[in-house]
Design a protein around this ligand. Structure first.
Ligand SMILES: Cc1ncc(COP(=O)(O)O)c(C=O)c1O
Length: 477
C-alpha cells in the first residue's frame, strides 16, 4: 500500500500527461480542443484505467483512501460516492430492507428518503419530530416517539432519522439507536449536513460512534469538497456487503475522478490540518455570535442572544448553521434573502416564509462571517417589529391512505388546489430547498397541508409540484 501514500490528485497529475488515451472520456484529456476543457481540468479527468483502481471493486488507491476516511471517522467501513447523499440514501435504504418491509421514517426526511421508500415499496409510518414554536422550526426527533411507533409496528425493519436537520438541529442518536436495536430494527441516519461533526471538540453530536447502522454524509455541504461528493459509513461487514451491492444499482459505473480526487484530498486535509481549520471556523462563529448579540428585531437560532437552553425540543444544535428568523418583524424570509444579495452581496442558502438560512463551512473565513454580521446589524436597524401571525405548523403531519408505490401506479387527474381538501395527493409537493415534501403521493390533503402551502405563497416561497403543470392545481388520485 505504501505506493499510494501520494494523493489521488498527485497520481492523476503525474500519470495523465504524455499517455495516449484510447479510452473514455471522449475529450481525450485534450485541453487544447476548447477553452472549457482547460477550465474544467479535463487533463486529469480520467476513467477507471490501469493504476487508478475501480470504485465498485476497490483494491488499490481508492481502497486505501476509503480506509483512511474510515479511520478518520472511526467507522467500520467508509465508501466514497459521486452522486451526493441522494445516491447514498437510496443505496442505504435498499441495503437495509427487503421489498415491502415496514419502516418508521422521520417526517422531516429529505425527498431521497421518500423516493427510496417508493422504490422498495416500503410500508412507511411517518413520525413527526418535536416542534419549536419559538422559532417555528422542526426540532429533534424524540426517542420516545420512535419507541412508541416501534411498539405499535413491531415488524419494523428500518428507522430513518435526519440529524442534523437543514436548520442544524441534532437528535439524541445514542438513545434512538439503543431503542431501535432493542426492537430488532436497524437505524439509518441522514447526516448529510454533518460531515464535520465529531472531528473536533467544537462541532459534536455525530451519529457514527453513536450506534447508527449506516450514516450518510454530503461532504460537499460543509466540508471543502466539490459538489456531489458524499461518503457513507457502515457499521458491519454484512451491511457493507449489501451496501456495496446496492451502490451498484444507484451509482454511475463511470465515477468522476475529479470528484474522487476531491474526496481523497478533503480527507487528507482534515487529517493533516483539521485541528487548526476547525478551530478557525469555531473562532469565526464565536466572533459572529458576539456581533449579533445586540440584534433587536432579527434573531439567529442558538446564536447571539439565543441559546440551546431556550429550545427544550432540541437535543443539541450544530453552530455551523445560521438560521435567521424574521418572525417578529415586518420582513419575510425571501425579502431578507433579496436584501442580503442585492445590498450586501451575500448569497444565502435558503429562504423560508419567515427565515433565511445561511450555511457556514470549513471554507469560511472570519471576513465572511464579519460581513454577514455587519449586514444583519445594518438591516436590523431599518426594520420594524411586527406582531407575529397566528402560529402555523410549518410541516403538516402526513395522513397516509396508501403507500407511495401504490399511489404512483394509480391514474391521476389535475384539479384546482382550492378544491383539493380531503383528496388523496397524486404527487410530491415541496419547497426546494430544503426538499422535505409537504405532501407525497398517497397522502390526504388536509387543512394543515393547504395552510402550509398558503403560508409559503403569501411570503413569496415557490412551491414545486412533481406532476401538475401549474401551481394553482394539484394532481390527485
Ligand atoms: C437532509 C438532506 N439529506 C439529503 C440531501 C441530499 O443530498 P445531496 O444533495 O448531496 O444529494 C439533502 C440535500 O439538500 C438534505 O438536505
Amino acid at each position: 500500500m505504501a505506493e499510494y501514500s501520494q494523493s489521488l490528485l498527485e497520481l492523476l497529475e503525474k500519470r495523465c500527461p504524455g499517455e495516449i488515451p484510447m479510452h473514455m472520456p471522449g475529450h481525450k484529456r485534450n485541453k487544447n480542443l476548447a477553452p472549457y476543457l482547460k477550465r474544467l481540468s479535463a487533463d486529469i479527468d480520467i476513467t477507471e484505467i490501469d493504476g487508478f483502481d475501480n470504485l465498485q471493486r476497490a483494491s488499490g488507491i481508492l481502497l486505501e483512501s476509503m480506509k483512511n476516511a474510515a479511520k478518520l471517522y472511526g467507522s467500520y467501513r467508509t465508501f466514497f460516492m459521486v452522486n451526493g447523499s441522494t445516491g447514498g440514501i437510496l443505496s442505504a435504504v435498499h441495503a437495509l430492507t427487503m421489498p415491502g418491509d415496514t419502516a418508521i421514517i422521520a417526517r422531516n426526511c429529505h425527498m431521497s428518503v421518500f423516493h427510496a421508500v417508493a422504490l422498495r415499496r416500503l410500508k412507511a409510518h411517518y413520525i413527526d419530530p418535536e416542534y419549536d414554536h419559538n422559532f417555528e422550526v422542526v426540532a429533534s426527533m424524540s426517542p420516545y416517539a420512535i419507541e412508541k411507533a416501534l411498539i405499535k409496528y413491531p415488524n419494523t425493519r428500518l428507522v430513518v432519522v435526519t440529524s442534523p436537520t437543514y436548520e442544524g438541529v441534532i437528535s439524541d442518536i445514542p438513545k434512538i439507536a439503543e431503542i431501535v436495536h432493542a426492537h430488532g430494527a436497524v437505524l439509518l441516519v441522514d447526516e448529510a449536513h454533518g460531515s464535520h461533526l465529531d472531528r473536533s471538540p467544537y462541532f459534536t453530536g455525530g451519529a457514527i460512534n453513536a450506534g447508527a447502522d449506516i450514516v450518510i454524509h454530503s461532504l460537499h455541504k460543509t466540508m471543502p469538497s466539490l459538489t456531489q461528493t458524499a461518503i457513507a459509513h457502515v457499521a458491519t461487514a454484512k451491511k457493507s456487503q449489501r451496501f456495496v451491492e446496492a451502490l451498484e444499482t444507484y451509482q454511475s459505473t463511470s465515477p468522476s475522478y475529479l470528484l474522487l480526487a476531491s474526496i481523497d484530498a478533503c480527507i487528507r486535509l482534515v487529517i493533516e490540518k483539521g485541528d487548526d481549520l476547525f478551530l478557525n471556523w469555531h473562532n469565526a462563529l464565536n466572533a459572529f455570535d458576539e456581533s449579533v448579540a445586540s440584534l433587536k428585531n432579527l434573531s439567529v437560532l442558538c446564536h447571539g442572544n439565543d441559546s440551546l437552553d431556550k429550545h427544550p425540543g432540541f437535543f443539541s444544535f450544530d453552530k455551523g448553521k445560521l438560521f435567521i428568523s424574521t418572525l417578529d418583524t415586518d420582513l419575510s424570509g425571501p425579502e431578507l434573502m433579496d436584501l442580503l444579495r442585492e445590498k450586501y452581496k451575500i448569497e444565502a442558502e435558503m429562504a423560508s416564509s419567515k427565515a433565511v438560512l445561511c450555511m457556514t463551512g470549513l471554507g469560511d473565513t472570519a471576513y465572511n462571517l464579519n460581513q454577514l454580521a455587519y449586514a444583519l446589524n445594518d438591516i436590523d436597524g431599518q426594520i420594524k417589529l411586527a406582531a407575529r401571525r397566528d402560529s402555523v405548523i410549518n410541516m403538516p403531519s402526513l395522513e397516509i391512505s396508501m403507500t407511495i408505490a401504490e399511489a404512483e401506479e394509480r391514474p391521476w387527474r389535475e384539479i384546482p388546489l382550492a378544491e383539493s381538501l380531503g383528496q388523496v395527493s397524486g404527487e410530491y409537493i415541496m419547497a426546494y430547498p430544503p426538499g422535505v415534501p409537504l405532501s407525497i403521493p398517497g397522502a390526504i390533503i388536509t387543512e394543515d397541508t393547504l395552510s402550509c402551502f398558503e403560508l409559503r405563497r403569501d411570503n413569496g416561497v415557490k412551491l414545486k409540484f412533481s406532476r401538475s403543470r401549474d401551481s394553482s392545481s394539484v394532481a390527485v388520485l
